[in-house]
Design a protein around this ligand. Structure first.
Ligand SMILES: Nc1ncnc2c1ncn2[C@@H]1O[C@H](COP(=O)(O)OP(=O)(O)OP(=O)(O)O)[C@@H](O)[C@H]1O
Length: 601
């Protein structure tokens, strides 16, 4: 089963989480106060009802007119209900805004995270944080913060009225409530803990399911549906167990609240009854006090529910914070009208070392070479030699452990990251195509590309015919990860996308591996043409694609073995000769690299 990005310690109490919660709540505090205040005033109107009821009874006992008190009581009920409803709406709306802001923060943060951090994270778990965890924040703001605050105010108001009624009965009530309250507080941290565990299990479940969906065809081809289903079921059951456990603690808290009110009622009835019998308390005061006690049920349940929701939400806030705490790349300037250089770039690597993590051997071990402006430079070497890693360092997905990489003589860290990436066109090894239309995919790296630009790259990458064949032309959907295109078409789309960026340095990682001989040859011509105006750095396993390169860098185990042209390397480098021999590119073929292909013309 895929393990989602772990919370540091899901068993740890929510230390500092309150502060995290405030970060989300603070910008909306006045709206929350307004909503809470409206609810409070509505509640206070309700609170005055028992008092008026007492005056109705007193008036009734002395035979006075009851019209006045009853009309006042009715108005109070209506105003109280209206204010309560308005307050609830303001609170719910504000809570939705808080959730929205949290989601926007999270999403904008996520796409700016650094590649090494995202390597560790699981996409499904990330999604569950944006959806499920952020939703819990809503409950924190409505039932949590606001309920807790309004209920506390109501409770204080209620207690003040009760004190006004009879201090002795209030003492009896508080005595019972405090005992049960202490017991409840003991249970609260358990709600936080089990909720955090349930949310983590939910993240695991999403990550496991996402893994299977990402490799849907592989799962089917491997007959792994049942195993993957079991893995997801395992995570779902863990989420269920933890959820049930949290529900148990919540029910216990709810039940003890009810018990507290019932016990207080019995105690007040006993003590109050004796005091009425002894003549120290009017019966109307006892009735009013009992009405307050019943009224108290609402704020107490609300308070307990609020604190429970806070515990639940704090677990979620902690998970949101884990993403927000990760370092992010700088944001590109919104309005960047500065003219962009267009000349081909020069790249220099000087004694570059890089290790993905300390437990792995270095991927690059002191790489030094220069890629001059313009022309084609090829990187070849056995699998795992570090070729793709070098591209990742050029894009600054990772930083070298030591050594320097420069672009036009400037160390990469000195260049604003958006400017650096704007200079590059990168076709990844698996030529990813995104869900959406073909046009979306083409202009992905350059949304300002004109129709003429698009038509030009389509022609150069031999995609014009494909577009003509598609039912809706450029606006045809290409399916999840471009599944509706062939492997070769995906590669050409990825190359077209990179070319549309008009890069100063074009990075092609195995860009033609899935093309047939005819298309590979055509595309080679395109790349050679591009190399006239742009620096092209190409990684190739099939040497036939790079025999005409201006220079070829042979890499082995993270080190540069040799640099030269195809014929020079055939003479000088054993590894290169071996690679060429196994690919039938020695002897006369080596001198006529195109001969292996049928010339389409
Ligand atoms: N994200 C990663 N995390 C950890 N190690 C990695 C990562 N990517 C690559 N490696 C390791 O780094 C080394 C170099 O990998 P790299 O992909 O650069 O090789 P390559 O020469 O491009 O190989 P290939 O020709 O097979 O694509 C390999 O040992 C690989 O296992």
């Amino acid at each position: 089963m895929v393990r989602a990005f772990r919370s540091k310690d899901v068993n740890a109490p929510a230390k500092g989480s309150w502060r995290l919660l405030l970060v989300h709540i603070r910008p909306q505090k006045w709206k929350l106060v307004l909503g809470g205040l409206l609810g409070f005033i509505g509640g206070m109107a309700g609170l005055a009802e028992p008092l008026l009821a007492k005056s109705v009874i007193d008036t009734f006992q002395v035979g006075g007119s009851m019209v006045g008190p009853i009309v006042t009581l009715t108005i109070l009920v209506i105003v109280g209900a209206a204010l309560g409803a308005l307050g609830a709406y303001v609170l719910e709306r504000t809570a939705e805004t808080i959730v929205l802001n949290a989601r926007l923060r999270l999403v904008s943060r996520m796409l700016r995270l650094r590649v090494p951090d995202v390597d560790r994270l699981k996409p499904g778990d990330l999604l569950s944080r944006v959806t499920a965890d952020s939703t819990l924040l809503r409950a924190v703001c409505t039932s949590g913060v606001t309920d807790a605050i309004t209920a506390s105010l109501m409770l204080i108001g209620c207690i003040a009225f009760m004190a006004y009624m009879d201090a002795v009965l209030l003492g009896v009530t508080l005595g019972v409530l405090v005992v049960i309250g202490v017991l409840t507080m003991v249970v609260m941290p358990r709600i936080n803990r089990t909720t955090a565990q349930a949310q983590t299990a939910l993240g695991d479940m999403a990550a496991t399911l996402d893994r299977a969906l990402q490799a849907f065809r592989t799962v089917k081809a491997a007959g792994a549906e049942q195993r993957e289903t079991e893995a997801v079921r395992g995570a779902a059951h863990t989420a269920w167990r933890k959820g049930v456990s949290a529900a148990g603690w919540r029910s216990l808290t709810g039940a003890s609240t009810m018990l507290a009110v019932q016990l207080s009622f019995l105690a007040v009835l006993g003590v109050g009854g004796m005091r009425v019998a002894s003549g120290t308390l009017p019966v109307s005061s006892l009735i009013a006090f009992l009405l307050y006690l019943f009224y108290l049920t609402g704020p107490i349940s609300q308070l307990v529910n609020g604190v429970t929701q806070l515990q639940t939400g704090l677990a979620a806030v902690t998970r949101l914070r884990e993403i927000e705490d990760l370092p992010a790349e700088p944001v590109a300037p919104v309005e960047d009208t500065a003219p962009r250089p267009t000349a081909p770039a020069t790249v220099t690597l000087d004694n570059v070392h890089f290790q993905y993590d300390t437990e792995r051997s270095p991927a690059l071990n002191g790489i030094t070479f220069t890629v001059p402006a313009g022309g084609m430079t090829a990187l070849v070497g056995p699998s795992g030699a570090g070729k793709s890693t070098m591209f990742a360092l050029l894009e600054r997905f990772y930083e070298p452990s030591s050594g320097t990489i420069t672009l036009d003589g400037r160390p990469l860290p000195d260049l604003p990251l958006p400017d650096l990436r704007r200079s590059l066109g990168y076709v990844e090894q698996d030529a990813p195509v995104l869900a959406g239309s073909l046009r979306d995919n083409l202009v992905f790296g350059n949304p300002d590309a004109t129709d003429d630009d698009i038509a030009d790259v389509l022609r150069r990458t031999q995609l014009t015919e494909l577009v003509q064949r598609l039912p809706e032309g450029l606006d045809t959907a290409v399916g999840h990860r471009g599944q509706m295109l062939s492997g070769g078409e995906r590669q050409r789309v990825a190359i077209a996308r990179a070319l549309l960026r008009k890069p100063r340095l074009l990075l092609l990682d195995e860009a033609t591996s899935q093309l047939d001989a005819v298309n590979e040859l055509r595309l080679r011509d395109v790349i050679e043409e591009v190399a006239g105006t742009t620096t092209v750095l190409v990684i190739a396993h099939r040497l036939s694609t790079v025999t005409t390169a201006d220079r070829i860098v042979v890499l082995e185990a993270g080190e540069v073995r040799a640099i030269g042209s195809h014929s020079e390397l055939l003479d000088r480098d054993d590894l290169y000769r071996e690679l060429a021999t196994t690919q039938f590119l020695t002897g006369t073929e080596a001198m006529r690299p195109m001969a292996a292909h049928t010339d389409p013309a």
